[in-house]
Unconditional design. Structure first.
Length: 251
């Protein structure tokens, strides 16, 4: 694994192509093992060092989608909650650093994660949106405010902005996709009496998309948008019937 890609720590969260975020860890589990090559395993076949991945890192790995096996950059530290993890998906490269920021690391809530996400802005934003949704809490809210600000060298206002700016980008993009399909539905109303059923289906799907967006459930948004788009295609009198049947037969 090429580590040079991650060696620089001089960039800021505003640098093009990378987002740097800090999060409060609440739960230490799941516990993972590190195999002899430095990759994470649920349970190693050989005696090896283990780490507590924590709820934040677990949510990050879930939110980047299909990815390579996470790699622990340096396993010389035998503290199970102090580690540096590297992972790549098709669209994103992620590095997560775990350490304590108060209380000598005696409790799970003593720990924080530094998260570095590289990739296109819209994909990074979607990932961050999904991290927060998966956690079900605001990861930027620390147990010890002053200690958190000191170790991260950022104010709580800067932390809030770093997270919320990316979340807003993701929400705005999904909302724009909904608006585009709503415009398409409006353009088809009253055009063809045979399309009423499909227009109603599109309306229902778009309503579901809006509900999912308010619930921060982006996968459900995408599924609802897909259903709406297919209904719009079938409602359009200009759509070739044969190609439409092929499209729906695939499902």
């Amino acid at each position: 694994m090429d580590q040079s890609y991650y060696e620089s720590d001089s960039y800021s969260s505003n640098e093009a192509g990378v987002s740097v975020l800090y999060a409060q860890v609440v739960q230490g589990k799941p516990k993972m093992d590190i195999n002899e090559k430095g990759f994470l395993e649920v349970k190693s076949s050989k005696k090896s060092r283990g780490i507590y991945l924590g709820d934040v890192a677990k949510s990050v790995l879930y939110s980047i989608g299909s990815h390579e096996t996470p790699f622990i950059n340096d396993d010389s530290n035998w503290d199970q909650q102090v580690w540096e993890l590297i992972c790549k998906s098709n669209d994103l490269d992620v590095k997560i650093y775990s350490s304590h920021y108060w209380g000598f690391g005696l409790f799970n809530r003593c720990f924080y994660n530094k998260i570095e996400i590289r990739g296109e802005l819209s994909i990074r934003a979607r990932c961050v949106h999904d991290i927060v949704a998966s956690l079900g809490r605001n990861p930027w809210e620390p147990y010890r405010l002053k200690s958190f600000e000191r170790v991260t060298n950022l104010t709580i206002e800067e932390h809030i902005n770093s997270w919320n700016n990316l979340i807003k980008i993701a929400k705005d993009e999904m909302n724009e996709n909904i608006l585009k399909l709503e415009d398409s539905v409006r353009s088809l109303r009253g055009v063809n009496e045979d399309s009423v059923e499909f227009i109603l289906a599109a309306d229902n799907a778009l309503e579901e998309a809006r509900t999912a967006l308010s619930d921060r459930n982006s996968p459900a948004v995408e599924r609802a948008l897909s259903r709406a788009e297919k209904a719009i295609i079938r409602a359009n009198p200009k759509t070739d019937l044969q190609s439409t049947n092929i499209l729906f037969d695939d499902n």
